[in-house]
Design a protein around this ligand. Structure first.
Ligand SMILES: Cc1ncc(COP(=O)(O)O)c(C=O)c1O
Ligand SMILES: [Zn+2]
Length: 376
């Protein structure tokens, strides 16, 4: 499919060139930049007993028609996990979602948006969790089908129960190679899903943070520091958007700092950040990504890095990497308390690392996104 669409309900604007035309994934059709949705003033606050996050934050979503939404996302728990020198560490527990990762929210928003734009078949690449979420979600959208390019390194069980509506294409090589194949092998009638640039995905990811900020406010706390594990950094960019739109954050009067967490064995964003900090511009890809947290093994994140680095920089946050030993310690400490996958443990161990480095001094509260449960 080709052509462009204009969104009816909210203003969708490219952050790079200001254009208001998008391709069918929601990416700027003029410069291929990232498109953001601009909303008027919205006062949406999570209420106890809410059963659908999309419904609660409906006025902060770019979907033109409520009837296109067929997947309800029940708000996930925000828990006070521990205290470090009296600093509360709140955890957003995403492992309880239907396929045990935060990706379920992303596709719950991406699918209706694609339907609204007239997409019939889309193509993506995945380290496993997004493919599993789409395999599950597509059962509610029989009008849509997809192909997912996935490295042969990803075990089949990672992809969840097979769904004939989602064809899996196995790729020799890493996630970067899978992405190149996905973009390069579009068949007639197929649309590129867009990955990081998919507007629906980012707006879906935003909901986790809107919920968490509201929950912490209700618990009488405040969040001034957010930590999430990053591959493309979509989650962190979404968190920054949530902070701008959150009623709780506006009450706190100050937006949190955003910290992006990677594992030392695959930390191209961390290295690029450090280079920039010391006045350089080195962007070294990781040719052979390896590490415990397989969902975040992205060796070349440089199509999205600038957006992610901007969110970190403007907030006063940064980037942090942790070793396998630190990840294992976090798993040992907390996996009996919350569903905790390896990527989530990267974020959680990064909280401890930030604390040890003195980066949490004076903090009133940390929010860590536990983006997946065991196996995610
Ligand atoms: C469980 C989990 N956490 C974190 C991420 C990081 O994703 P991103 O940086 O693209 O938001 C992923 C991506 O696949 C994931 O599956
Ligand atoms: Zn543009």
């Amino acid at each position: 499919m080709s052509g462009t669409v204009r969104a009816p309900a909210v203003a969708l604007v490219c952050v790079d060139c200001g254009a208001t035309d998008q391709d069918l994934s929601g990416r700027c059709s003029v410069c291929e930049g990232m498109v953001e949705a601009r909303y008027g003033p919205v006062e949406a606050v999570l209420q106890p007993g809410d059963t659908d996050s999309l419904e609660r934050y409906w006025d902060l979503l770019p979907i033109p028609d409520r009837s296109l939404c067929r997947i309800a996302i029940e708000p996930t728990p925000t828990v006070l996990l521990c205290e470090l020198d009296g600093i509360p560490v709140y955890a957003k527990v995403e492992g309880v979602l239907p396929t045990n990762s935060t990706k379920d929210r992303l596709i719950a928003v991406a699918l209706p948006l694609m339907l609204a734009r007239g997409v019939e078949r889309f193509v993506l690449s995945s380290t496993g969790n997004t493919a599993a979420a789409y395999a599950w979600g597509l059962q509610f959208y029989p009008e849509l089908s997809a192909r997912a390019f996935v490295s042969t390194d990803v075990p089949t069980r990672q992809l969840g129960p097979p769904n004939p509506a989602l064809e899996i294409v196995r790729v020799e090589g890493d996630y970067v190679t899978a992405g190149q194949r996905a973009r390069g092998e579009l068949a007639p009638g197929e649309v590129s899903e867009g990955g990081f640039f998919n507007l629906g995905r980012r707006e879906g990811a935003k909901l986790a943070y809107l919920e968490a900020f509201d929950d912490v406010e209700r618990m009488g706390g405040r969040v001034d520091t957010v930590v999430q594990a990053v591959a493309s950094g979509l989650g962190i960019v979404a968190a920054a958007r949530a902070a701008e739109q959150s009623v709780a954050v506006s009450r706190w009067g100050r937006s949190p700092r955003f910290f992006c967490a990677q594992q030392t064995s695959c930390a191209p964003m961390v290295r690029a950040w450090r280079s920039a900090e010391s006045g350089g511009n080195a962007r070294l890809t990781e040719p052979d990504p390896d590490g415990l947290a397989s969902a975040i093994l992205l060796g070349d994140p440089f199509s999205s890095f600038d957006y992610v680095a901007r969110a970190a920089r403007e907030s006063g946050g940064g980037f942090v990497d942790v070793t396998s030993a630190e990840i294992a310690t976090a798993l040992q400490r907390h996996s009996h308390e919350v569903p905790l996958g390896d990527s989530a443990a990267v974020a959680l161990s990064s909280v401890y690392r930030l604390w040890e480095q003195g980066d949490l001094r004076g903090s009133e509260g940390v929010l860590v996104a536990l983006t997946g449960g065991p196996g995610r």
